[in-house]
Write a protein that binds this ligand. Structure first.
Ligand SMILES: Cc1cc2nc3c(=O)[nH]c(=O)nc-3n(C[C@H](O)[C@H](O)[C@H](O)COP(=O)(O)OP(=O)(O)OC[C@H]3O[C@@H](n4cnc5c(N)ncnc54)[C@H](O)[C@@H]3O)c2cc1C
Length: 377
């Protein structure tokens, strides 16, 4: 595989690194402390075209390669993981429209989404349906002139701030996964109810919401043919898993660098703790794991652009990188001793933010199920 980073990808990464350093990192602790939405950061990223990296130029986007997107997500997550979470949730919504939408649906939302004028949310999970979307009870019933959407979604990133939502619902109760459909719902749709933000362990600047629907929707709110919702959701999540792996690289990379710098300057018994072989080995293991996760993530990014099936590569990258981020952020906190546990430094935030990567967009257990399924096909 050729992991050469092209000129465009390098330029994207450099811009992302600059924005991450100058803009996102200085605000990250305040957003975390106040659990305030990172909308200010998204507005800046929108101006740079970063909210449309995943979209083709004819859709109003930048047409970036998956490797370029991965490099950007890594940099953004390394400075402010909540911003990366809100940005990649927006990608899920716009990917769904790009994959399944009509020309009119694309024209209505994608150029505005790419420029940061319209924020998207992807509403698949429900209080009683997470790992297995076919448990969902949200209903889309065909009625005179359109659809009646009723039900409750849970844990929806951007849900309280989104201008448009991609909402999945059961349109055929007897058809299992083939009975699910996707709908495009604007925030002004009568009958759309936004619940309070959930209180979460991390990613506090990207709050998640319970959302209620009792909405009459026009016929053209259906996204893709009736019954194609499960297929659309799985295609979107395969793509999204490469971005979650990239977030893991960013958070773990920031924690690793902090730990390496700390080890060199922190003195114990008159010597820097970096002189201790036990800590050197911890740093070496952290580095090796980060490198392995990066290669898996980049391989998944290249596979995503190949046009071939890439479910296995994406699941392997998401599984390994998210588990790696748990280990690396924990080790980095340990190397900082009591200071790592203190909220004065970002180490505890890195550990809290990394924890969700093993749960959302398919938990580690679900990734293992996908990998096994692909191996045994
Ligand atoms: C911060 C945050 C942001 C989120 N953002 C979004 C979003 O934007 N849009 C959205 O739709 N959802 C979102 N989610 C929901 C998230 O995707 C789900 O929480 C996740 O898929 C797990 O579902 P669940 O919580 O219902 O857990 P459950 O499905 O109840 O799983 C519970 C446990 O059982 C295990 N398990 C379940 N099935 C299997 C199996 N077949 N084999 C082995 N183990 C299994 C799971 O791994 C887990 O450990 C978000 C969640 C959080 C916390």
């Amino acid at each position: 595989m050729d992991f050469t980073i092209g000129e465009e990808e390098r330029a994207l990464e450099e811009t992302a690194a600059r924005v991450a350093r100058d803009l996102l990192a200085p605000r990250a602790a305040a957003h975390d402390e106040a659990a305030s939405f990172v909308g200010d950061n998204l507005a800046e990223l929108g101006k740079l075209g970063f909210l449309g990296l995943n979209l083709r130029e004819e859709e109003g986007g930048a047409g970036a390669s998956s490797l370029g997107i991965s490099l950007v997500v890594e940099r953004v997550a390394g400075a402010c993981a909540a911003t990366a979470s809100a940005m990649t949730a927006h990608y899920l919504a716009t990917d769904a429209i790009a994959i399944a939408g009509t020309d009119a649906q694309k024209a209505q939302w994608l150029p505005a989404a790419a420029e940061g004028r319209a924020l998207g949310a992807f509403a698949l999970s429900e209080p009683q349906a997470g790992s297995n979307p076919t448990d969902m009870t949200t209903r889309g019933e065909a009625v005179e002139g359109g659809w009646h959407l009723t039900g409750t979604k849970q844990w929806i990133t951007n849900g309280g701030f989104a201008d448009f939502l991609v909402v999945f619902a059961r349109t055929d109760p007897a058809a299992g996964a083939r009975g699910l459909s996707a709908f495009l719902v604007g925030r002004d749709a009568p009958g759309f109810r936004k619940g309070a933000a959930e209180r979460t362990m991390g990613l506090k600047g990207a709050p998640v919401f319970e959302l209620g629907f009792d909405c009459r929707l026009p016929a053209d709110a259906l996204l893709g043919p009736a019954g194609s919702g499960f297929k659309t959701a799985m295609a979107v999540l395969d793509r999204g898993r490469v971005e979650i792996a990239s977030m893991a690289l960013g958070i773990a990379g920031a924690a690793f660098e902090a730990a390496r710098d700390w080890a060199k300057q922190r003195q114990v018994g008159g010597r820097p703790i970096a002189d201790l072989q036990g800590l050197q080995w911890m740093l070496a293991d952290m580095h090796a794991e980060l490198e392995a996760a990066r290669l898996l993530t980049w391989r998944a990014a290249l596979a995503r652009d190949s046009g071939h099936r890439f479910a296995r590569e994406a699941a392997v990258a998401k599984l390994y990188a998210s588990e790696m981020a748990g280990r690396v952020t924990d080790a980095a906190l340990q190397i900082h001793g009591g200071y790592g546990y203190s909220r004065a430094l970002p180490l505890e935030r890195y550990a809290r933010d990394a924890r969700i990567l093993r749960i959302f967009e398919g938990s580690s257990e679900i990734q293992r199920n996908i990998i096994a399924r692909e191996l045994l096909r």
